[in-house]
Design a protein around this ligand. Structure first.
Ligand code: CMC
Length: 376
């Protein structure tokens, strides 16, 4: 039996496996994908390049990138039976639940790709390519609108905005979304990625692993935080009310969403980059309302609790500036993170070891068995 000293609640600080994919330096606030600093990737690369990097372990050459881009573009069409299924989902369903069901259902139409092994990469591409189509179709359907035809000519970031909002974004808008997707693509053994790896480690298929991950991402302590940040900003309304609202939450021992992190002890580097994009996009749209509220919120939360912002603090303000509804924020996180989840699943298949930790038993033993008729 494990002794009490062996219990690491929440697996905090437990190193569970080796990975080449992502390194977080929580003390220095650095994030590395396959050797490259996130700041360089956010400044100089595209989401498609980052997806290639995560899946294939190197940045693509020009022809490799064009090949990946056209393959993703060609895979945007949903199987007709899945499109019909989405049309039958309740119109008031949570889009994360829709995504979870659709990812699982997509696996039904891809039997060859569901087998564990290196060829599961084709499922990784299909899942990545179709997530914007799934969300776009559901979002239009709940507004009573017919589905849009996929646009294979658009970049992944531009297609996501197009699928959700039925308009081709401007260059700066596309770049803002592209950077946001790059920043969310992977983050070592976060809860959803771990869930994906646990599922894959049983030799289960890629679609099952990603379905597990979508479920884990939904929670407000993980991907759901960005939605709650915008809800909070709507309560705060003006910067001068930030201190009062934060204080009232803290006295009730409530968490302030978008702050704190299990690994980062300093500012999350993704928050630093997104803060700048929130400002740039706000200036371009002549609307700095959320940006100014967030700056004030940061100041108050740091003063009151010493907490730093995480990636979710500013991402919601970027999506809100596009006019994207709040309940699509977490699904957008999934649109990006699916690249990381699938890269981790492929890595798990390469060096498979069943993930099966232990629990410290704190129940009783040796109870005498009481027949049902004698139980009280
Ligand atoms: N607001 C208020 N107090 C906080 C917060 C917060 N956001 N984060 C941590 N704390 C406090 C917590 O109450 C605890 O205080 P005390 O020791 O007095 O009880 C202390 O800090 C340590 O908290 P913890 O829960 O042990 O730390 P953790 O490593 O488990 O927390 C976290 C990590 C992300 C769950 C937490 O910081 C949190 O709940 N943040 C808000 C949710 C959020 O923004 N999530 C997005 C994370 S980044 C994107 C992603 O990975 O999905």
């Amino acid at each position: 039996m494990a002794s009490s000293a062996d219990v690491q609640r929440g697996l905090q600080d437990v190193v569970a496996l080796e990975s080449r994919l992502c390194f977080i330096d929580g003390k220095l606030g650095r994030l590395i994908y396959q050797g490259y600093d996130i700041r360089d990737l956010a400044e100089r690369s595209t989401f498609e390049e980052v997806a290639y990097l995560l899946w294939y372990g190197k940045l693509p050459t020009g022809p490799e990138l064009s090949d990946l881009t056209s393959r993703l573009g060609a895979l945007r069409t949903l199987p007709p039976a899945l499109a019909e299924m989405i049309d039958r989902f309740p119109a008031d369903a949570n889009p994360m639940d829709v995504l979870r069901c659709a990812v699982s259902a997509l696996g039904l139409y891809e039997p060859a790709e569901t087998q564990p092994g290196p060829h599961a990469i084709s499922g990784a591409l299909r899942l990545t390519a179709t997530m914007p189509s799934i969300l776009g179709q559901f979002h239009r359907r709940r507004k009573g609108l017919p589905p849009l035809k996929p646009r294979p000519d658009l970049s992944h970031a531009a297609y996501l905005i197009y699928a959700l909002l039925d308009r081709v974004p401007t260059g700066p808008e596309t770049r803002a979304m592209d950077v946001d997707l790059i920043l969310h693509a992977d983050h070592e053994l976060n809860a959803s990625t771990f869930a994906a790896r646990v599922t894959a480690s049983t030799l289960s298929d890629l679609y099952s692993a990603v379905t597990s991950a979508v479920g884990a991402l939904k929670g407000p302590l993980h991907g759901g935080a960005a939605e709650r940040v915008v809800d909070l900003l709507q309560v705060i309304r003006t910067p001068d009310r930030a201190a009062e609202v934060v204080h009232s939450k803290l006295v009730r021992h409530e968490r302030i969403m978008g702050f704190g992190h299990r690994v980062y002890k300093v500012e999350d580097p993704r928050a630093t980059i997104l803060r700048e994009w929130s400002r740039r996009l706000g200036e371009a749209k002549g609307d700095l309302h959320y940006y100014e509220l967030l700056r004030k919120l940061e100041e108050v939360v740091h003063r009151e609790k010493g907490l730093y912002p995480n990636v979710d603090l500013y991402s919601g303000s970027v999506y809100a500036l596009f006019g994207i509804p709040t309940d699509l924020f977490t699904p957008i996180f999934a649109v990006s993170r699916v690249t990381g989840w699938t890269a981790h699943v492929l890595e798990e298949y390469e060096d498979l070891r069943l993930i099966r930790p232990m629990a410290k038993y704190v129940g009783t033993v040796d109870l005498p068995y009481v027949p049902i008729g004698q139980r009280t």
